[in-house]
Design a protein around this ligand. Structure first.
Ligand SMILES: [Zn+2]
Length: 441
């Protein structure tokens, strides 16, 4: 029988089925190991798909069921620094009652694949899986060594996934100089023949804080000068109302210049908000990267209406620009005042790398080859990804999960959103771009 009688499926043929299978494995990350059930099943699925084509994968568990999968693909020149291509297998919860489809059915409707994880980030997981399967069948090798990693626990801070792997199995990433993963490489339409593709080159840091005020406990009927709730409330109000100063990092400045040029709008470095407002749905993403932010999110004090409690606490969700960590904490302490203690409860570093070099050129070239109207621009993500863990090893991290999107799609709101979905065409486009990019990087 000739090979053409039974043609092997190509990556473009397989990518939709792989993404669909992954969506059907419910990998909801609740933040608690006891109730995060699906990661192990998803890891086994990925390992089996790799094994089928002769790629040996290793599964590691940080805690029972919190499984990450890694595999090595040897390049033609192993002397060069390696590339890490990584994704996460977990997803945030979905409340089925709010959705138009069952969030874990992987339904295909109106040329979209629907479901929790469709853009965050089982789409990219499937693209990578489809591509390396095709390469293995064809006996193709990338130019340099690639470490594939599919991590657990990204959605709850990567503690049981990427951070654990970096701490316990750094050997998988040894010699790697660069990494690509999620929340970058998607298109934002400017005109019919011009699309910006946002490549993530920076991430804000996370600074979760606990504020505590202590005072004198006592009876609610007495006059009382030292009330912990009053002291805490004043501190919380000052922090919540504070507007941090504008700080244009290199990444954001470059984005605003490139976007301003593409959209033919003048951007005033002192008032970038005016230009950003004209960016459409991505204005929210970019707007959050102009300054540090500190949002009060939780309050806790008291147990009875006529008892003044001895202490009161609040939680602050702080997000910090690269290079601003000390400045941020100093400002918070000053706003909190001398009677309120400020303790970090979770800290994750901000990241920033430059938008240059052969890898960046290869991204831009691969995008342009598949979309002649593509223009690659760097941007900063206001949230965090597994890149924070890999960057601890000195690896330059980029968000590059290529997707060409329809002009009217509000992509940003699909992340963790209701009716998360990905265009089928976008998945196939992503596979072609990644194929070209990874064959030349
Ligand atoms: Zn994600």
């Amino acid at each position: 029988m000739s090979p053409s009688a039974h043609p092997q499926p190509s990556a473009e043929d397989e990518v939709v089925d792989l993404a669909r299978d992954l969506i059907r494995i419910d990998t909801t990350n609740t933040g608690e190991t006891a109730t995060s059930a699906g990661e192990r099943a998803a890891a086994e699925y990925v390992a089996a798909k790799l094994d089928e084509v002769g790629i040996t994968a290793e599964i590691y568990e940080s805690e029972r069921g919190r499984a990450s999968v890694v595999a090595r693909i040897e390049g033609t020149d192993s002397e060069r620094g390696g590339l890490v291509v990584h994704g996460h297998l977990d997803v945030v919860p979905a409340n089925a009652a709010d959705w138009s489809v069952d969030p874990f059915s992987g339904e295909i409707r109106d040329d979209y694949l629907w479901g929790r994880g469709a853009v965050d980030m089982k789409d990219m997981d499937a693209m990578v899986l489809a591509l390396v399967r095709q390469w293995a069948r064809e006996g193709r090798k990338p130019p340099r060594d690639i470490t594939l990693a599919f991590f657990a626990d990204e959605e709850a801070g990567s503690i049981h996934g990427a951070h654990w792997m970096v701490d316990n199995h750094p050997e998988w990433f040894e010699g790697a100089t660069e990494a690509i993963s999620e929340v970058g490489g998607f298109s934002v339409s400017v005109t019919d023949d011009l699309r910006l593709y946002l490549i993530e080159t920076a991430e804000k840091g996370i600074e979760w804080l606990k504020l505590t005020a202590t005072g004198k406990a006592g009876h609610g009927s007495f006059t009382h000068e030292d009330n912990a709730i009053t002291t805490l409330s004043e501190a919380v109000s000052r922090i919540g109302r504070h507007k941090f100063p504008l700080v244009l990092t290199d990444t954001v400045r470059r984005f605003l210049e490139e976007a301003g040029d593409a959209l033919q709008i003048e951007f005033d470095p002192n008032e970038p908000e005016l230009a950003i407002a004209k960016l459409g749905p991505i204005a929210r993403i970019i707007g959050a990267t102009l300054r540090n932010t500190a949002n009060p999110t939780m309050l806790d004090a008291g147990y009875k209406v006529n008892v003044i409690p001895g202490s009161a606490t609040a939680a602050i969700d702080g997000r910090v620009l690269p290079g601003q960590e000390q400045e941020f904490l100093a400002t918070i302490r000053e706003l909190a005042g001398p009677d309120v203690t400020v303790e970090p409860t979770m800290e994750q570093i901000p990241l920033e790398t430059t938008f240059d070099g052969a890898l960046v050129d290869a991204m831009a070239d691969a995008l342009r080859f598949e979309d002649p109207g593509a223009r690659a621009v760097p941007y900063m993500l206001s949230g965090g990804t597994d890149g924070k863990a890999l960057s601890r090893l000195g690896i330059r991290c980029f968000g590059f999960a290529p997707l060409r999107l329809p002009p009217d799609l509000d992509f940003a709101s699909l992340f963790h959103g209701v009716d998360e979905r990905v265009p089928i065409d976008g998945l196939r486009f992503g596979v072609r771009v990644l194929d070209r990019f990874l064959s030349r990087s």
